[in-house]
Structure formats: C-alpha cells, structure tokens
Design a protein. Structure first.
Length: 777
C-alpha cells in the first residue's frame, strides 16, 4: 500500500493561528490524480546544553615515563611532516602476541566448556559475515596502519593491553573536542582497533578520538576492565591537550560491552569523588557520556546471554560471581540512596540503541535512561527503528553518505560551536566502503532482516538511504484491500480506523528508520467524490440516477461518510506516530489535499459567493477540520443532517494532526451560482453551483486529427515551459513570504493512470508498454 510518486509543485507555508510554524507541502499538476514523491531534506540538528567545570590538568610523571613516543614525535607539530606515519613496528608485535594469547585462551576455554552445534553455526555465520564486509575492513585497516593521523599504541598503564590509539583531525586550527572510546567485544574479544572506523570518521569532522584498550577475560575480570578503562580515561583527561585536544570538551563513549565498562568506570569514579578521595581525573571533566548498544543491568542480561550461548557460568566468571552483579549494574547502583550525592555528579547521558538489536535488547538503554531521569540525572535514550547490534557502529558507517546516529552524535558534540556546525552542514557525504549487496547479505547472516522468518521486502530495498535522497511515502492512495471492502465496506465503516492504524504502525516499524516524511492519505476529496458520488473510481458507488453502471450507493450521504472516516483514520494514524515513533525516528507526518481553483464567472456577488462556496466544499471540507476540528460553516448550512458530526474527542484528535500539508493544485474552473436542488441530492450538486473549464473545442473537423508520433512528442518545449512558469510563480510566492519547503513534478515517469491507463502521459520521462508506441487520438 505505501506509494511514492511525483507532483508538479511543493511549498511550505506559514499561516496564522493553529497553522503557525506548520509545514505545508503544496503540489501541482496540469492534469488528474497524483501523490507525493521524493526530495531531499536536511536532518534536524540536535543540541545538548549542559554546564561543565573546567578540567584539571595534572600531568603524571609516571605516564610521561611510560609513554613510548616522546613529545616531539606525538605533538601536533609532527603532523606537518610528509609521508606515512609508520608501518609495522614493535607495538604491533605486542598487540599480535596479546591477540594470540587471548585466542589460545579463548579456544581452551571453549574446549573446556564444550563447543556444541549452536556455537559451530554461530562461528560459521560470523565467518561469513566477516568475509562479506571484508572490503570495508581492508580500507579501514590500511588507514589504521598507514595514516599519519593515527597515533597507535600510546601506553597509559603498566598492565598488558594498557594502551590506546589516537585519531587526530588533519587541521590544527585550535583545540578539538575529544571522544574517549571504549570498544565492545563481549568482555572477551575487545580490542582498541575495533574503534578505527569510528575514529576515522569522527576525526574527519574535527573530533579527536582516543580508543582505549583493556584486559579481556580470561586475562582479567570485570574489575580489571573497569580499572583499565578508568586509567585510560585519566590519561586522556590529563594529556590530551598535548595532542591538540580541548580538555574542557571531553566526551566518554562506549559500544556494547565497552558501553557497560565505561558506564561502570564513570559511576565508580563519581562514588570515589563524592567520598572525597584524591583522584587522577574527575567526573566533572567529562562533558557527556554516550552509550551505544550497551547493557546496564546484569541481572536482566545474564539469562539473556545464557540463552544466546554465553553460558551463565562463563558470564558469572567474567563478572566475578553473582555477588558482584549489583556492583557492575549501573542501572541498579544509581537507585541506591546511599550514593545519591555521587549520582548527582554524573554528566548528561545519551544512550543510542537499535530496536532490532537481539544481542542486547534496546530496552536496556531505554530503562536505564528512565531510571537516570528518575534519580535526577539528565539522560535520554535515542532508539533507531530496525537497527541491529552492529548496524549503528559498523554497517551504516560502511554504507557511506550520512547516517542518522553519526549525525546526531556529531551535532551533540559540536553544539554551541557555530563554526563547526557550519562545516558539518557543508561536509561531503562519506565514501561507501562496502557494496550494498554485500552489506545486505551480511545483514542476513546477522539475522536482522529475518524477523518472523521474512527476508527484506521491496520496500526495504526502496527505502535504503542513498546520498541526497529521502522518500516521501504515501501510506494510502486509494488502494484499499478488497478483503476490507468485502467485510465491512471499507471507508464506509468506522472499523476502517483501527485497521488503518494497524497497517500504518507496521510501516512505521519496518521503514521508519529510513522514511522521515510520511503522508497518511492522498487527496481524500478524490476518493470521496469520484468513488462514492460519481462512481468513476473504485469501488464505483453512486446513486442510480447518477450513473447506470454504479454498484449501488447513495451520492447524497456516502461521500460525506467516507470523507469523515478518512479524516478519523488520518488523525488516528498521526496520533500513533507522534505517541510511539516520532521521538525516536525524528520524522514528520502530514496529509495531501487537493485544491482545484475556482474563478467567479462574472463580477456579480453571487458568482464570487459561488466560487468561495465551491472552495469550501473541496479544500475546506478537509482543511478546516485539520485546522479547527470542525467542518466549514457553509457545508453545515447546505448539507445539514447528512454531514456527519465529530465527537469532542474526535474533534480534538483531528485538529492540528499534521506536521506539514501537501497540496495538489489543478487547472482553474469558472463558477456561477445556480438554484439548489430539492431532489436527487448529491455531493456534486450540494454547493449549488455550475462550473466549466474553458472554451469548448470544435466537435467536428472533416480531415480528422490523424496519427500522433510519440517519438516526436519528446521534443516537449510546452512541458518545459509549464514547469518553468510554475517554478517562477513559486519563487515569487517565496519572496512574498510563503514558507515553501519543496516542489514535486507529476510525474517522474509515465504511469498507468487509473482508468486511463497509458493513454495520458504526465511523466517527465517516457515510459509504458512500448518504447516508441504510436497512438491514435
């Protein structure tokens, strides 16, 4: 049912009262029915305001002694040198030996606990997944080992794995914000190089990234990991100025298990700080904490991980036994009244999570954010519909272009820095690292698209993000399922409202991560009048005296019932979106109405009244309830009891139920007043007017029109002039203060135009059944 199509003009208007600050999309066409299509919109910028205390700069002699590279090699002055930074060296040997040791220990551990069929399947799936995204890995690995912007293996402590990597921006025009990043890896295979993709891409946006390594299990347990992370954070806080970082703009971030470790380190430091201990770094030096796909309540996760193969006994060994689950569960700890003062020291916390994450469910972030808010911490969770555990961190960045989570993160970090935000707005789309088909295959191996055993649909494919394009999706363009028509008469019954809500909610869930502009209905006027007053469109209902071939109906009542139920279905669909999805998906929702313009036939007062009355019966029929919650007064006066009434609750729900309005406008008609009918009533006659579109053509020409060659019609200067003149008029409207946000052509391609098929051609690109078809007109 979702459709996207094109129209001949789109604008945004600012109007008065309830319409102030409302986006209105206006669309035009030279001919018949249409709906909305595709155009780019800039994402809404995020901001995050908080106050920070100036960071301390205690430089430890110990850290200076342990640093493997002297200041002259690692300071910003070295960035001006030419050539690659370095190739493989002693540090890589240390890292390789560490990984070899961990791998051996891991396999011994797996052999000890017994590797079953489920583990074998998962290892094979992981191998296939890794192979499919290998092109991206190779490009990132080349950057990691050979870029002069990467400082690898900087030592921060005296334990194995106590080192970090720095990713530095190319320019050195002032201190840069810093992200101290703790990588994931299920507490077993974490490694600082896993953050190289994030480091590369954030450094391209003038942000320094420090990827902190730490001991993994069985080299260490949870308290060792937290201690290592805390030492790494300390090094960043106290030494980052030497690398061009701003000590007053340090952010802490972790992904998956790294998000859990970083959160534990932050809370532990706050507890020590509130107790008056002397510390190498303070919580006030962290401007905000970002948690990506993390888990924060081990009591909830232990059974979840057990069911997914990380057996309870192993998990408890990592976490130092059941008695330590509380200590390493930040969500539980922050509720302890004994550490109330420590909790209030925490910086703002922002948690990112995908709703299709089966490794760590998104409820982990949602409930942690809610718990933090209850205890007085500034916190929020940002959920991304349909995203898996690795989508936000791996697949989306490899797709290139702009992904929502990355842009949100950068916008928060650069909030308040006008120059940086301006640079972000002009930043080119990121390069694609992996072909899309390989990412989709990898996605299937990970299991994300197999919800309920289903693979990706055509709409999964259509709505995948590509640079510079966003879809405007029309949820209903008169394509009612026949089953609902047979069961209760479709839009003639109020039952349609609940079914429509079920349908649109499925669309929000499936595509809301990619679709940011929803249109509930296309031209409710056309369905009501053509299908239920005139019988020209499906389901072809009208009064018998209107047309002999109508399939039953009443032209005096059914159009108004259908229009009423369309408004209720629209408002209910908008309510579902705003209540459940808009905050996390950051999208907008609206409706498209039609405005066939009316011109008074002459200068008489009656003709002017007839023109205004006709507009109320066509445009006002739907726009007035959306604006005020009531039907136009003239319709109430003329239609009387045949016009349905809104309950108080319905009126409140319909009023203001849009973020933007789309308008399809049509050729003008001349209108004059006629006496109202007293019998054979119909929506078509209720306005008590008559209209016509222009001078009639000659009905006879003896030579005939002849054969028309469509190939010659491609030299279509008239259509070019048509769009040119409309765009000029649109430009004048903008200069006059009309808030215009978009313009669509109807249509991009020749389409099968309802009952007219391919006999009419509205497309700016030719299409149809035959490439060079000839038509007899």
């Amino acid at each position: 049912m979702p459709t996207t199509s094109a129209t001949a003009g789109t604008m945004l208007l600012r109007s008065e009262e309830d319409l102030s600050a409302t986006r209105i999309l206006i669309s035009s066409s030279s001919e018949d029915e249409k709906s909305l299509e595709v155009k780019p919109f800039l994402p809404r910028a995020l901001s995050f305001n908080n106050t920070t205390t100036a960071a301390t700069t205690n430089n430890s002699n110990y850290y200076k002694k342990r640093r493997r590279r002297i200041a002259s090699d690692t300071s910003l002055s070295s960035l001006s040198g030419s050539g690659h930074h370095e190739s493989f060296g002693p540090d890589d040997g240390h890292a390789a030996s560490d990984k070899y040791l961990i791998t051996r220990l891991s396999f011994k551990l797996l052999r000890y606990i017994g590797v079953g069929y489920r583990w074998i399947k998962r290892f094979l799936a992981l191998g296939c997944y890794s192979f499919l995204i290998m092109p991206g890995f190779l490009q990132v690995a080349y950057y990691y080992f050979f870029s002069s912007q990467v400082r690898r293996g900087i030592v921060y402590g005296d334990q194995p794995r106590n080192s970090l990597d720095l990713y530095l921006p190319k320019n050195s025009d002032g201190p840069k914000p810093v992200v101290a990043f703790v990588t994931g890896g299920a507490w077993i295979i974490g490694y600082k190089a896993w953050g190289s993709l994030l480091g590369q891409q954030l450094s391209e946006r003038d942000i320094i990234v420090a990827c902190i390594d730490y001991r993994n299990f069985p080299q260490g347990t949870m308290s060792d990991m937290v201690k290592d992370a805390s030492q790494g954070i300390s090094f960043v806080c106290n030494n980052i100025a030497e690398y061009g970082g701003d000590p007053n703009r340090i952010y802490l971030m972790g992904q998956s298990a790294g998000a859990h470790i970083a959160a534990c380190a932050l809370l532990e430091q706050a507890i020590k700080e509130s107790g008056g201990e002397s510390l190498a770094w303070t919580v006030s030096q962290i401007k905000a904490y970002f948690g990506l796909s993390g888990g924060y309540n081990l009591f909830n996760l232990v059974d979840h991980f057990h069911s997914r193969g990380l057996y309870r006994s192993i998990f408890l060994s990592i976490m130092e036994g059941e008695q330590s689950l509380r200590q390493f569960s930040p969500e539980v700890m922050v509720q302890d009244p004994d550490i109330r003062n420590a909790v209030l020291l925490l910086p703002p916390i922002i948690l990112f999570h995908g709703t299709a994450d089966y490794s760590i469910p998104s409820d982990s972030s949602k409930t942690f954010a809610e718990t933090l808010q209850r205890v007085g911490v500034k916190a929020e969770s940002i959920l991304y519909e349909g995203k898996t555990h690795t989508d936000l961190f791996l697949q989306d960045p490899m797709r290139g272009g702009k992904d929502e989570m990355f842009e949100n993160l950068v916008a928060i970090i650069h909030a308040g820095d006008a120059e940086a935000l301006a640079k972000d707005a002009m930043a080119p789309p990121r390069k694609r690292l992996v072909p899309e088909f390989m990412l989709k295959l990898a996605h299937n191996y990970e299991g994300a698209t197999k919800e309920g055993g289903r693979g990706p649909s055509i709409w999964d494919t259509f709505t995948e993000k590509f640079p510079g394009i966003q879809p405007f999706v029309t949820l209903f363009h008169w394509d009612l399922p026949q089953a609902l028509e047979d069961e209760y008469g479709g839009f003639l019954s109020p039952k349609i409202v609940a079914d429509f809500c079920d349908y649109v909610e499925l669309c929000y869930k499936e595509f809301g991560d990619r679709v940011k502009h929803w249109i509930t209905l296309n031209e409710p006027l056309s369905l009501s009048s053509m299908a239920y007053a005139e019988g020209k469109s499906a389901p072809g209902r009208c009064s018998e005296w209107m047309a002999r071939n109508c399939l039953g109906g009443d032209s005096s009542t059914e159009p108004y019932i259908v229009g009423h139920n369309q408004l209720l279905a629209h408002a209910a669909a908008v309510k579902v979106y705003k209540d459940k999805y808009q905050a996390s998906q950051n999208g907008q929702i609206g409706i498209v109405v039609s405005v066939p313009w009316m011109v008074p036939y002459d200068q008489s007062e009656k003709s002017y009244a007839a023109a205004n009355r006709t507009l109320e019966f066509m445009y006002g029929w739907f726009m007035e309830p959306l604006k005020s919650g009531t039907y136009p007064a003239v319709m109430v006066e003329y239609v009387k009891q045949r016009l349905p009434k809104f309950t108080e609750e319905q009126s409140s729900m319909v009023k203001g139920s849009f973020d933007f309005i789309g308008v399809n406008y049509y050729s003008a008609n001349y209108v004059f007043d006629v006496p109202c009918k007293t019998e054979e009533l119909s929506y078509s006659t209720d306005p008590c007017i008559n209209r016509y579109g222009g001078t009639k053509w000659d009905s006879h020409w003896s030579p005939g029109i002849g054969e028309y060659d469509i190939k010659k019609s491609l030299q279509d200067s008239m259509r070019v002039d048509y769009y040119h003149s409309h765009l000029l008029a649109l430009q004048r409207a903008i200069k006059d203060g009309v808030d215009v946000r978009g313009f669509f052509a109807w249509s991009l391609l020749d389409n099968f135009q309802w009952r007219n098929g391919y006999t009419v051609r509205f497309g700016i690109v030719q299409g149809g059944l035959h490439k060079w078809a000839k038509k007899i007109l």
